[in-house]
Design a protein around this ligand. Structure first.
Ligand code: ARG
Ligand code: ZN
Length: 895
């Protein structure tokens, strides 16, 4: 069934109050729901109450105290001829122990947990399970006290006590109206770290991080991140914590990263638990960003929520933008000076753009391509995508670029002034941005900009230059083109903000005066491309000199592919001099790409390669922030390279990229070793491990040096073994293990690692992931890689039901190991089909994620295409497929 955005109808009935009594039992949980319902005055629908309900056993229902008999069919509960205002009581049962979908009420090893977004609440009780029905909730939980000593709900704890039969209860009351997807409960054997905080207006609140016994040594970073998030939202957006109690609960079985349930955020353990022994620098950064993300949802998502699920990016794109800004500001705040702060922010931006290019660009060019506000879906869970999240964030970021930071803040203030407590649309957000900035005139006209919400696909932005050296005039002609897609055969021009600078012969920024302007000119400005093609002429540039070098799309000011006409020397010049750190990095990436493209065409590209290696050498030797040097010396991902090609030969891409890596390593060998040693000394002198940006940057660069050194003959493997053995933190130990595994020389260390961390589930996930994504079978043997993956799937510690573990092998192999997944014999595809089917009967959401690794099958070589199609067909042919997987394979096959 396809649901369409334009079919939206207001709810026929509203629910004002919800009183739940939930008697938790693994085999039969009984839920009594008392709903205060009234007719929606805005609705013209028939007088028929329709509630959602899924996997529920109906027990009884009363309307104003009188028994009623609903029709229950097709996951709907229907009552005809209901009054204008009434109290409905339903009693139903569900079986948490059998719920392997991890949607609704489910069990993880130490208790009961819930996940209601998007449509899980209907698996707990009959309800109009849609985000525009907002109610006040009061919940009474009861459970066996010995097994489930902690009972948590949304809002405030009103009352708790003992019950006969070894049970106990707790009553929770949420003072805020909320949609059902923000409902949550936890009943488990947990312990917490807690702290009270005073907000900027003097309210006090209790903060808690709940984990299972034995994990209290891993909660500190999450708590600190929560406090930093609260402070940041107060300072940057004037948004205060509105609850007396804010809880984070970690659970080891979870489909997604985390969930922003009101006052009771539930997290995948991966994004809570961290200490230097088990978490890497990247893990620490991820915990901070996900804790921030979920906390920021309290305003962007909870206080103002979505009218319907087509508006998902209203909360997700905006909240990703907010968490990205938060991480940047945290990096800047830790920096000793402005230069390091700027470079640190650029590194964060670079990371985010790499994610966008590796995950969202392919999505937007494939069968799942959709606008950030989709027009239709079959299964909403399939639309928690890189497009809705990451491209959604870029579309918010462009509004900040267009309106300025202050203008954007005014827009946010206006958004909350208008919509606090409401369920609204993406259009409402843009309208608030415009209204708050009306005094800016044309700048604040976002009418054309709105197309970013409705049009899918990645625009290609092309730039041409015309230089008049006699008069010092430079004309830049920008044009845009978005390729047609199945659902949108005609694409329209978008409003693209292009941040630009021009570099003079000395590498410094030149003043940018547009033709006809006078007065002082800035050295960086935003060009607004609003048509298919537009020219911009700059005057007063140094006459008689060579053409200035344009630095376009600084800071990646729009989510587009820039088709530039820069020569190799110009790229090297930008790489060395651009005042915009993002574009210094980007110039290097473009140089690398052009070498890789040439090699893939079979050219030797010797001269270009030496120019590149020389430029990389200068970067390594320059006095730059190590974190920046690390990203600048990292070759583009295989997935991004694949996106820049018309026909993808995945193993060939990996081979060419490996060769280039070895050449870089050979060319830079002495510098790499010197830097490796020097950074080691500096880190040792700095003392105990801390995950701050400066020391993480040093470790990152040092471990990249190690990685390069293990690519070539020499002492690299020896250094890696020494580092592995001597490591005092997970970052260094795992980096050494990774280098060894990719070299096919990690047999002993992998065995040692397993033994050391046998009882640390998240560390074991890393062990599985590394082996599933390695370039070679980690013991260097010549067995086909897929057999190694099969071995991992049969390992005693593997468990298909645990999403983190399932992802660590099967998803990682299919998504992040292109060279082996695309093995010539099609064995990777067969494994894919088998596991999509197996997972589908357990957990459709995880199965559908896995299914997406075939999205781009039409771009591979003809022989691989044939085998991929066969595997897709095998899955599509199964009669009992979930709607989740059905939608993905259906779209992939073009049905
Ligand atoms: N709102 C959550 C977040 O991004 C994601 C929950 C998605 N869950 C799902 N089953 N689709 O923070
Ligand atoms: Zn979110």
């Amino acid at each position: 069934v396809t649901i369409r955005r334009l079919d939206y109808q207001v709810p026929a009935y509203l629910v004002d109050t919800v009183e739940l009594d939930i008697a938790l039992d693994s085999e039969r949980t009984i839920v009594e729901a008392k709903l205060g319902i009234r007719r929606n005055p805005a609705s013209t629908a028939p007088r028929m109450l329709v509630l959602d309900g899924e996997a529920l056993e109906f027990i009884l229902a009363t309307l104003d105290g009188q028994p009623v008999t609903p029709v229950i069919a097709d996951n709907r509960f229907t009552l005809a001829d209901v009054p204008d205002s009434f109290t409905l009581v339903t009693v139903s049962a569900n079986k948490p122990s059998a719920n392997t979908t991890l949607s609704g009420l489910f069990m993880s090893k130490n208790g009961f947990f819930t996940q209601c977004e998007a449509e899980g609440f209907r698996r707990i009780t009959y309800f109009p399970d849609r985000p525009d029905v907002m109610a006040r909730y009061r919940v009474r939980l009861s459970a066996d006290k010995a097994r489930y000593p902690v009972l948590l709900g949304n809002g405030n704890l009103l009352e708790q006590g003992e019950l006969p039969g070894g049970r106990h209860y707790a009553v929770w009351d949420d003072p805020f109206l909320k949609p059902s997807y923000l409902f949550a409960l936890v009943a488990a054997d947990l312990v917490c770290e807690e702290q009270t905080i005073t907000t900027n207006t003097g309210r006090t609140a209790l903060l808690q991080v709940w984990v299972e016994n034995g994990d209290l040594d891993k909660t500190h970073h999450a708590m600190e991140s929560l406090i930093n998030s609260i402070r940041w939202d107060e300072q940057r957006f004037g948004l205060e914590l509105d609850l007396d109690r804010f809880m984070i609960v970690a659970v080891s079985d979870f489909n997604m990263g985390a969930m922003e349930n009101k006052g009771l955020n539930i997290f995948n353990t991966k994004f809570v638990l961290a200490n230097p022994q088990v978490a890497t620098d990247i893990d620490f950064a991820n915990v901070e960003s996900v804790v921030g993300h979920e906390y920021f949802h309290n305003w962007t998502g909870n206080r103002v929520t979505c009218r319907d699920w087509f508006q998902l990016s209203l909360k997700e794109g905006l909240t990703v933008f907010r968490d990205q800004e938060f991480s940047m500001d945290m990096i800047a705040a830790a920096a000793p000076n402005a230069a390091v702060a700027a470079s640190g922010k650029a590194v964060k931006r670079i990371d985010d753009v790499r994610t966008l290019r590796a995950a969202q660009f392919p999505e937007d060019a494939g069968p799942m391509s959709h606008p950030i506000r989709p027009d239709e879906y079959q299964e909403i869970n399939n639309f928690y995508t890189a497009t809705v999240y990451e491209k959604g964030s870029e579309i918010i970021r462009m509004q900040q670029t267009i309106l300025g930071r202050d203008g954007f803040r005014r827009g946010m203030d206006e958004y909350f002034r208008r919509h606090d407590g409401q369920a609204v649309t993406c259009d409402d957000f843009v309208a608030a941005m415009e209204a708050a900035n009306a005094h800016l005139g044309e700048t604040a006209d976002l009418s054309l900009f709105r197309r970013w919400y409705s049009q899918s696909g990645t625009p290609v932005l092309s730039a041409e230059r015309e230089w008049d050296g006699n008069t010092g005039r430079l004309t830049i002609t920008l044009s845009q083109h978005t390729a047609p897609s199945v659902s949108q055969p005609v694409k329209l021009p978008l409003h693209i903000p292009v941040v630009i600078g021009l570099l003079g012969a000395d590498g410094a920024d030149l003043p940018l005066r547009l033709d006809g302007e006078s007065g002082p000119a800035p050295t960086e400005r935003v060009l607004h491309l609003k048509e298919a093609k537009q020219s911009f002429t700059f005057t007063g540039l140094p006459a008689g000199e060579a053409m200035p070098v344009p630095s376009l799309l600084r800071g990646f000011s729009a989510p587009v592919v820039l088709d530039h006409d820069l020569r190799v020397e110009e790229l090297a010049f930008l790489m060395a001099h651009d005042s915009d750190a993002f574009n210094r990095w980007e110039a290097g990436q473009q140089l690398m790409l052009s070498v890789i493209h040439a090699r893939l065409r079979g050219e030797d590209a010797g001269l270009q390669t030496s120019a590149l290696v020389e430029a990389m050498h200068r970067t390594l030797e320059a006095d730059l922030d190590p974190a920046f040097v690390e990203v600048a010396l990292t070759l583009p991902d295989e997935a991004y390279i694949a996106e820049t090609l018309d026909v993808v030969d995945a193993p060939a891409i990996a081979r060419v990229r490996d060769e280039l890596k070895r050449q870089v390593a050979t060319g830079l060998e002495d510098s790499l070793r010197a830097r490796y040693t020097a950074l080691g000394v500096a880190l040792a002198a700095a003392g105990e491990y801390r995950p701050d940006p400066a020391s993480a940057g040093r470790r990152g660069l040092r471990n990249l040096c190690l990685r390069y050194l293990t690519e070539i003959e020499g002492d690299g493997l020896q250094l890696a073994r020494e580092q592995y053995a001597a490591a005092t933190n997970m970052t260094d130990r795992f980096a050494a293990l990774t280098a060894l595994a990719h070299a096919g020389a990690a047999t002993a260390e992998l065995a040692d690692f397993f033994q050391r961390y046998e009882n640390e589930a998240l560390v074991l996930d890393k062990w599985f992931t590394l082996q599933s994504t390695a370039a070679r079978v980690p013991d260097g043997s010549s067995q086909p890689f897929v057999l190694h993956v099969l071995g991992l799937l049969k390992h005693a510690a593997f468990n298909l039901r645990n999403p983190n573990r399932a992802r660590s092998v099967i998803l990682q192999f299919c998504m992040n190991n292109p060279r082996h997944f695309h093995a010539d014999d099609g064995s990777g595809y067969q494994l894919w089909a088998e596991y999509v089917l197996r997972l589908d009967s357990l957990n459709p959401q995880i199965a559908a994620r896995l299914a997406r690794s075939m999205d781009r099958w039409r771009r591979h070589t003809p022989e691989r295409q044939a085998r991929m199609r066969e595997a897709l067909q095998r899955v599509a042919d199964k009669p009992e497929l979930s709607p989740d997987v059905r939608e993905i394979v259906g779209k992939a096959l073009g049905a």
